[in-house]
Design a protein around this ligand. Sequence first.
Ligand code: SF4
Ligand code: SF4
Length: 81
Amino acid sequence: MRLPHIDTNRCTGCGWCVAACPPRVLSLQVQAWRKRSVLHAPEACTGCSLCERRCPFGVINMVKTSSAPTRDGSEDPGLGP
Ligand code: SF4
Ligand code: SF4
């Protein structure tokens, strides 16, 4: 399984990835007074990587996950240290 990892510090909140996601599991959310893309429903992500390809700023990287995704997205499941 591969899930998008969003580097929120570099995300501009442009929303291209949100529009590109077929199952609509990405959304823009305000964090620290800025809009950022958030994977709000990782369990419904198909791993299609359209968001990764769509991001004009290279903010999204598909990463392999070894564990079940968490719903709140507070951690990046399966990522190394
Ligand atoms: S990999 Fe596909 S389904 Fe998953 S968040 Fe990106 S566009 Fe949406
Ligand atoms: S396309 Fe990239 S920069 Fe734009 S909201 Fe998505 S992750 Fe952020």
